[in-house]
Structure formats: C-alpha cells, structure tokens
Ligand binder design. Sequence first.
Ligand code: SF4
Length: 305
Amino acid sequence: MAYFSHSKISTFEQCKFKYKLQYIDKVKVEIPTTIEAFMGSMVHESLEHLYNELIHKGVILRKKELVKHYLTQWSKEFSKEILIANKKFNAEDYKNQGVLLLLNYYDSHKPFNQFKTIATETQDKIKLGPDYYHIRIDRLDTNMRGLYLVCDYKTSSRMKTKEEIENDRQLFMYSLWIKEKFDDVKNIKLLWHMLKFDKDIIQDVDYTKADEVKNQVMDKIREIKGAKEFPATPSILCKWCVYKDICPYYNKNVTLDDLKEFIKKSKSRKVVANHKEFDVLKKINLESTNLSSNTTIQNKLKRFF
Ligand code: SF4
C-alpha cells in the first residue's frame, strides 16, 4: 500500500530523477520552494481564510482585511532561500502580484454566496486498488439540491486549453471522491478560478470520463511502483526545479558520484543538501533588488492603505 497525489504523479511524469530525489531519497534542499509556488500558496491560504470566516462565523471579510491577512502571512513565511528563477522580477513583484489577484477575485465574487461553501482545503483519500490517492480540494461548494462544485484556484500565467480542461486528472479524481462521500449527488461541476485572467472556467463531470481517468491513474501508479530506473528529463522546467543546484544533469559542477556519495553519507533519510559541499550555492540577494516598478499594482494598493 502506498499514497499517491496529483503532484507526486506529475513529478514522476516531468522528471523521474526528480521523483527519486524527492520521494525515494527524500533529499531536502536549502531552497524550500519556488517563488511562484510560494505566492500561489499564500493566495490559496488567504482565500481559504476568507471562506472559513464566512463558513464558521458568517463574516464577510473586508477587502482591506483580506489583503492585510495575505501580507502578514507573507512576512511570516517568506524566506530569502526561495528560488526566483525569472530574474526580471523580484520577491516584492510577486508579493504585489498576489495582492492584485486577491483584489480582482474579491471584486468579481463578492458577496461569495453564489453557492454554499461546505469545505475548504479538504484532506482525505480515495482507495485505488491497494493504494490511496490524496484528495485536497481548494473549496467545495453546493447548491444544496444535489449539485456539487469542485473549485480550484490557479495562479498560473497560462490559460488552460480546452483539452486540458476536458482531461484534468486531478479534479476528475476529486469528483469520484464526492460521489463516494455524499448521498445526494446529482451533478458535479469542476470550476477553475484562473486568477491571473480574472476568469472562471466550468466543466460538467461526465462519469464515464471520470472512470476512464481513474483507470489511467491506476495504470500510472502501477508504472511508478514497478519503476527500476529513474532517468533525468532535463527541460526548460529545470530552471524552476528546487534540486537544480545539486542535479548533475543541470549543474555541470556536480557529478553523479558527488550526489550519490552525499545521499549515502547522510545518516538520516531526511537530509538537507548542503550546497556548499558542492560549491554551487547561488545566493538570492534580495537586498540588491529594487522595489516593484509595477505602477498599476502600486496604484491599486494605494487605494487600500
Ligand atoms: S534539475 Fe531538471 S533534470 Fe535535474 S532533477 Fe530537476 S527537473 Fe530533473
């Protein structure tokens, strides 16, 4: 029995070597995450807070309170080690971008009562043969008459294509969990909030398609469990990989033997890769970067502070 998630399977598909470092060798690196993922998680957390206040206290946060919550969380969680791959922007730019996404979402969805929100950030699992698939729905809404909406916040700069919408593995799997969990389900819709585009995309769930997706996921899990080799797949995405500094397929200063020796020497399986051992640490010098030059964001912010 093993646990799988959308991100675990996606990592295997993107680069098997990365999968091995992350899920088998459990190598922890000094770079905790990418700035894009960090900003996304801060926006997700703030929207979770917004809906939790509504569900549990019946309170609609004011726009200013929502932004204040986001900025407080950002200051608390931010670390200089976070990877900023796109050098055209700095941490302040990403922080401001998150504010803008929240403001746009707030204006488009207030008073947040189109449907009834019954859960945020669900933590559960669905059985897939001998294994489990992790279910984490950003927000679950219903009209209380058998319609359920699986809502997902996306902070990506790329709009989803029609093909991606019709084949979204993650949300289809979540729809199977809803069918199992609730007795009154008549209809399920998948809803993506494409925050950077201030646009919502809705797709009806076709149950035959959902079963097809389930079988594809089970096949993929069998492939992962049976994998004996984990070749690297270098690509443009390496720039955003938290292992890039210790990866011999990206960083030519590091040999595979260096990395193997490092992992072997580590007594605990939970190790923190000391980049200095490889002499490849690239410091992120936030102090030397300028404050945001994005006047649109700055002007929008001024209205709230
Ligand atoms: S840097 Fe590239 S090749 Fe290396 S583990 Fe990451 S994604 Fe794979």
